[in-house]
Structures are given as C-alpha cells and as structure tokens.
Design a protein around this ligand. Sequence first.
Ligand code: GLU
Length: 295
Amino acid sequence: MPYIGRFAPSPTGPLHAGSLVAALASWLDARAHGGQWLVRIEDVDTPRCIPGADQGILQQLATCGLVPDAPVMWQSHRGEAYQAALDELIAKDWAYPCGCSRKDIEYAHALMGHTRERHQAAVYPGTCRDGLHGKTARAWRLNVQRVIDDLKLATPLVWHDRVVGIQQQDVAREVGDFVLRRADGLWAYQLAVVVDDAAHGITHVVRGADMTDNTARQIVLQHALGLPTRSYLHTPLVLGGNREKLSKQNGAEALELSNPLAALNSAVAHLNLPPKSGSISEALAQWVKLYEKSK
Ligand code: GLU
C-alpha cells in the first residue's frame, strides 16, 4: 500500500518540544513504511500567524534532520481549492450561510435553558439551518445531520486510531453544524485539512492527540466531498511543568536546538524509543529500525 504522510504545523510560533514529538512521529512512521513525508504550513488563520514563523519551523525541522520529500505547501495559496469544495457542498445543499454572532448562539442556548461548562464550545443551535431570518450571512456551516442522513452514515461515527483503537463521536449532537468558512472570510481549519490531505494524496495522518477530537468531523467532511478516509494515529501530548499540554497558546518555549540530538532524544522518549548517540542521521536511522520492529 502506498504511504504518504505529513506534518502540518501552524506558523503561530516556533516548534516546541510537543510539536517535535508529532513531527518526529510522522517522519518515523513514514520512513518505517517506506513512504513519503510531506510538510504543509497551515497558515489559514492569518491573524494568529507570525511572519517568518514558517521559515523558522522549516529550519528547526532541518536542524533535526527532518527534511520533506517534496516541496513544502502553504495553505494560504489554496483558497481556490477550498472555495471549490465549499461550492460542491452548497450545490448538494449540505452547506448553508449563517448570520449568527457568538452572542446570538449564546442567547439561543439560554432560551433553550442550556447551560454549558466554561471553555466548552457551544454546539451550534441550528438557528440559520432553514434560512437566515433576515440576518446577513456571515459564515458557512455544514449541515451535519443532513450529510449523515443523505449518505446513511452511522451515528455515532466510529473510527479507528492506530494507538488507542476504536473512537466514536456523535458529530451532529456533540459538535453540531461546524463552520467551513468563518465570519471574517477565513477558511476553517476542518475544511482546509480535509481538502489538502486529499489533494496531497495523504494516506496516513500522524499528529498530536490534541487533534483527536477533530477527526470525526474531518471524516464526515471526507464523506461529504466523496474523499477516502485516511489512517489515523495520534501521538501522546507533552505536558509542561504545570501539567498542562505544551502549546503555543499557553506559552510553550521554542525548542532549544543548540544540541539537536538532545532535543530528538527527549522527543523519542515520548514514543517509547531509547536515546541514541552519534550523528543525527545515525540516530534517526536506528530509530527507524526500532520503530519498524515495534509497529
Ligand atoms: N495545524 C495543526 C497544528 O499545528 C495540525 C493539524 C493536523 O495535523 O491535522 O496543531
């Protein structure tokens, strides 16, 4: 079976110890399968992107011996492909314009007597599903239940993670009609990832466990766009001193790369591989062998 994997960093800051684990895991998995490893810069959320962070990340990867097998792709160049996908969903009557602000959504929930945990995203109450009710269109949403019904997809949606096994999510109830194009005109991560993974022929997605919760949504979108579902593996998260996951949002420090082998040795520990000495390329080659045996 052909294998094309990828690492898809958002250029919102430099790589940190957690993102190196995901990068290395995706690289090792590709090498162990004799596959290709691609890098895609996920710069659709332009207000969160930091100028120059993309080049910085590519440099950090190269310092760690992780060099993509094909030219790097930037999502900011892919607007036409995302528009074509949205047009296809609109033509099938699976996407609809939404005029709700965040306040409108909160208000609709309050009217229905729903309370919600702090920090938990509100499930869209479906206000604009049957029309804008005089409001101005702001965002585009996927009519999840209609896709599920029309395509006779199972509820809950069941998928397989290569590490943790069977996962399931009732996307219509737990997530709701998620956004495809945002009110500020930017493309939503979910649509961009699905369109790009298909366009680049990605067969295996290996990424951090913080992405696990997006997978069912992405599989629904793959079905809606007539695209194959990929193989998924989510790598363990790296926790900081405060036991919170390392992320750029909570101020994770940039990878310290004065000794790249030391950084790689810390990263492989999260993948249950032993530390190695020698040159970076020797260490990487040994990890590929060990990884092959363990898979
Ligand atoms: N761009 C996402 C991130 O940097 C990863 C998305 C993915 O791998 O699907 O966290």
